[in-house]
Design a protein around this ligand. Structure first.
Ligand SMILES: [Zn+2]
Length: 248
């Protein structure tokens, strides 16, 4: 049973406005939080995502390309490294019983390599993209203990991994049913912001048509369950108080 869901901030990136929503003009950077989620269950501790790679600490030039304006500028401090984020919760990497890796973008899978002794739940299409070199090497280490999953996989009761492709081929969103309180739907990057959700205009998607179908599915889940919806990178949704209010 799922007992508690904790939202953990894993630093920020400044991201070009055109990535946030299709049709937005480029040239303005918006500060976006990166998240991990710690799930405490009667079966143990599950971690969702691992933030940015260590190489981003103090390095806003991780993505710079010569002659191009910056589109993504990491703002990562030493305390944003997954190890440190967990330590603030009194949790060590060896205490984590399983990792859920929603997709292999730099701000979600940067610390995956630390989790060598745990099963890592991931969608097989994400692994396939990783093998073809779509992701940074820190995020696509082939030597971890991967457990490729099908759709609607439940690593533990109360935690359902939904395959929501579009943003990436193997992208996962997560539906949570805690023992107490409202269900929670973590869209992850299928939907970046409340504005994407309400306007039906998505942010960056590798495959926009597939992404649109995934968002429709998430809306069905939210409607039919009354779940509180938490978006992947909404700058207005970053405060603990906001989280508490949504979960109340
Ligand atoms: Zn992403």
């Amino acid at each position: 049973m799922l007992q508690e869901v904790q939202l953990l901030c894993a630093g920020y990136s400044r991201v070009d406005w055109s990535i946030y929503k299709m049709g937005n003009p480029a040239g303005r950077l918006v500060r976006a939080p990166a998240w991990m989620y710690l799930l405490r269950s009667t079966d143990g501790l599950l971690l969702v995502d691992t933030g940015m790679p260590k190489a981003c600490i103090g390095n806003g030039h991780y993505f710079d390309e010569p002659g191009q304006p910056p589109m993504i500028v990491p703002e990562m401090a030493p305390h944003d490294w997954v190890d440190e984020v967990l330590a603030r919760q009194g949790v060590g990497v060896p205490d984590i019983d399983a990792l859920i890796s929603t997709h292999w973008h730099f701000d979600h899978a940067g610390g995956n390599q630390l989790f060598r002794r745990q099963p890592v739940y991931v969608h097989p299409l994400e692994m396939e993209a990783g093998r073809s070199g779509a992701y940074p090497p820190e995020c696509s280490d082939p030597t971890l203990d991967y457990r490729p999953i099908g759709d609607d996989y439940q690593p533990t009761p109360g935690v359902t991994l939904l395959h929501t492709p579009g943003h990436t081929p193997g992208h996962l969103s997560i539906y949570l049913e805690p023992q107490e309180g409202r269900p929670i739907l973590l869209t992850i990057d299928a939907v970046y912001t409340l504005d994407n959700w309400q306007s039906d205009i998505p942010g960056s998607q590798e495959d926009p048509d597939t992404g649109r179908r995934s968002v429709a599915r998430l809306k069905d889940v939210a409607r039919s369950t009354g779940a509180a919806v938490f978006f992947g990178h909404d700058p207005d949704q970053q405060h603990e108080a906001f989280w508490q209010a949504r979960m109340g």
